[in-house]
Design a protein around this ligand. Structure first.
Ligand code: ZN
Length: 136
């Protein structure tokens, strides 16, 4: 992927992970332009298939496109920022991210968005005014 396309993806997302909203200015590991539909599943390298993702979300997502809703056997597709509106599926509860839909709950679980370390880190950023909630 060329640098210009990567920068377009970053700018469209305002520098925030499109799943957990972590700003790229406050991370040690660089955010990445994630293929929503992975290259190995014939996903194209174009704006409509790319999402700005923090390293953690990107690593845990891998090439997955679906996940199980926690504590169920229900398989659902993952949140797709090109198809779905973030605020319709997620809501902040302090530093915890809550899912309003099965898809969001499955995404939060698969991407480990509420792991202890990530919640603590977000809380520290919030305390320092470095993590602001996006307007719905
Ligand atoms: Zn993230």
């Amino acid at each position: 992927m060329n640098a210009a396309l990567r920068e377009q993806v970053r700018l469209r997302a305002q520098g925030r992970c499109e799943s957990c909203q972590l700003p790229d200015a406050v991370t040690e590991l660089p955010h990445e332009a994630d293929h929503i539909r992975a290259v190995k599943h014939d996903g194209p390298t174009e704006m409509a298939n790319l999402a700005w993702a923090c390293a953690r979300c990107n690593d845990f997502k891998g090439s997955d496109v679906s996940a199980y809703v926690p504590a169920t056997d229900k398989l659902v597709r993952l949140f797709n920022p090109r198809m779905d509106v973030w605020s319709e599926h997620f809501v902040w509860d302090g530093a915890l991210l809550r899912g309003k839909s099965d898809m969001a709950r499955a995404t939060i679980a698969l991407l480990k968005i509420n792991s202890d370390r990530r919640v603590i880190y977000r809380q520290l950023l919030m305390d320092d005014g470095l993590f602001e909630f996006l307007a719905p």
